[in-house]
Design a protein around this ligand. Structure first.
Ligand SMILES: [Zn+2]
Length: 204
């Protein structure tokens, strides 16, 4: 039986996806799409996949929410996405001065810092998730192609969520240590924050 052409194309797509998984999934390249009045350092763009230190390059940006003690997490995740968001949040919460609350983001952006969480498609197929900023709120998008795949390991899901929440809570730079959850490749990443990560988180 002749395999119809579309099936072969699909097979190739699956093979490419599996190869990416085997070599490591990139975690977030964070994209500052925030309001123009919030100047992020030019060096902090999404392509900066080189080791950098964690001394807050984005302090000026994050200073605007450091005053908030409440962080509202507004989830738009479909049930099928299976992101272990609560487990990741309870871990991140241990290191911040903030208090996480689930609910709807307040209309007044001054009332609380807001993290909106979605699932969707990402521009780079190697990215498992992405964090960016829209105005004064953060947005995390978990890639549908991985988070809806049954075989995508729980550990990857969990570390991916911890990693993006780390970005959303002020860790702008990736950690050059593969032992940190803030490393840029998922399979090699540790599942915890190291001392450098915690030093940034503790300021928020
Ligand atoms: Zn990242």
């Amino acid at each position: 039986m002749i395999i119809p052409r579309p099936t072969r194309i699909l097979g190739l797509a699956v093979a490419v996806t599996l190869a990416l998984t085997a070599t490591g999934l990139l975690l977030s390249g964070s994209t500052p799409t925030g309001d123009p009045g919030t100047a992020l350092p030019a060096s902090a763009g999404r392509t900066a996949l080189v080791p950098r230190d964690l001394t807050g390059q984005a302090d000026a940006f994050f200073a605007q929410f450091a005053q908030h003690t409440t962080v509202v997490v507004e989830s738009h995740l479909p049930r099928r996405s299976r992101v272990p968001l609560r487990s990741a949040l309870s871990y991140v919460d241990r290191f911040t001065a903030s208090r996480f609350v689930y609910g709807s983001c307040p209309a007044d952006p001054a009332a609380a810092y807001c993290i909106r969480v979605y699932q969707g498609g990402l521009a780079n197929p190697a990215w498992a998730a992405l964090t960016d900023w829209q105005g004064t709120s953060a947005r995390i998008v978990f890639a549908t192609r991985y988070y809806e795949r049954r075989g995508f390991p729980y550990r990857y899901r969990y570390v991916g969520a911890v990693h993006e929440l780390g970005h959303a809570m002020g860790i702008w730079a990736h950690n050059p240590s593969a032992a940190s959850a803030m490393y840029y490749y998922l399979p090699r990443a540790g599942s915890t924050f190291d001392a450098g990560d915690v030093a940034v988180l503790s300021r928020h």
